[in-house]
Design a protein around this ligand. Structure first.
Ligand code: PGA
Length: 256
């Protein structure tokens, strides 16, 4: 039996007071998480301390602090960047790598994402690795090949132990992110099954059956339950719906 995970990706949203209020309001209401359920708050860098304090006060082992990016180098002249070690010091356990917005707006290549993944593993941290195809690829019907290349080029150099110990995959079709268009449960299950098959072929059944594969892209209070009910969907990476307690809590509850 795999765990379930719901990660909120706040992106570049919320002020300091809002960040504190939102985290407090959510944690107040999610005391009943079971051992095999995880909630991760992936917040802007400047809110890490605030949210870390709220999580520490709640003393909830099933709730983790996440970041949305990091640099691949350990330190040095990289103005404006943040290292994995710095994040770790702030209490961050999980880092989103390869979000489509980073790939698109900041031109992050599969090769660069591979380097970031290596850096995070060297720091004993957890990677939420995003993959997913743009609309033109989906329309051409070549989404499987596209996603396979993303995973192979950034992750498949890893040993089975590193992959199993550090990687959660998030499938986020770009055409569904922030658009209100969600992949149908069939489309989500089909791709998750395909991704698990790639893992199976490369690393064997044991690993493939253990890796969490999250769905992301307009996942919300209305559709989370149906999406998470698919055999290969192990939870979600949530953008817009993670910004309010009343929309995020039902997604967390959909893990039940
Ligand atoms: P969305 O974003 O839920 O707002 O579509 C998801 C994501 O980009 O991680």
């Amino acid at each position: 039996m795999r765990k379930k995970m719901v990660a909120g990706n706040w992106k570049m949203n919320l002020g300091m007071a809002e960040a504190k209020d939102l985290t407090e309001n959510i944690l107040k209401e999610c005391r009943s998480l079971s051992q095999d359920q995880l909630v991760v708050f992936c917040v802007p860098y400047i809110h890490l301390h605030t949210v870390a304090d709220v999580i520490a006060q709640a003393n909830h082992k099933q709730v983790k602090l996440g970041a949305q990016n990091c640099h691949d180098k350990q330190s040095g002249a990289y103005t404006g960047e943040i290292s994995a070690a710095m994040l770790k010091e702030c209490g961050v356990s999980h880092v989103i790598i390869g979000h489509s917005e980073r790939r698109q707006y900041f031109h992050e290549s599969n090769e660069f994402l591979k380097a970031k993944t290596n850096t995070l593993i060297a720091q004993s941290m957890q990677v939420i690795f995003c993959c997913g195809e743009p609309l033109e690829i989906r329309n051409a019907g070549t989404q499987n090949e596209y996603v396979a290349d993303q995973l192979k080029e950034s992750l498949f150099h890893l040993s089975a132990a590193d992959l199993q110990g550090h990687i959660t995959i998030a499938y986020e079709p770009i055409w569904a992110i922030g658009t209100g268009v969600t992949a149908t449960t069939e489309q989500a299950q089909e791709m998750h099954f395909f991704i698990r098959g790639l893992l199976r072929a490369q690393y064997g059944n044991d690993l493939a059956d253990k890796i969490l594969i999250l769905y992301g892209g307009s996942c919300n209070a209305q559709n989370a339950q149906e999406l998470f009910a698919n055999p290969d969907v192990d939870g979600g990476l949530i953008g817009g719906a993670a910004l309010k307690a009343e929309t995020f809590l039902p997604v967390i509850q959909a893990m039940n």
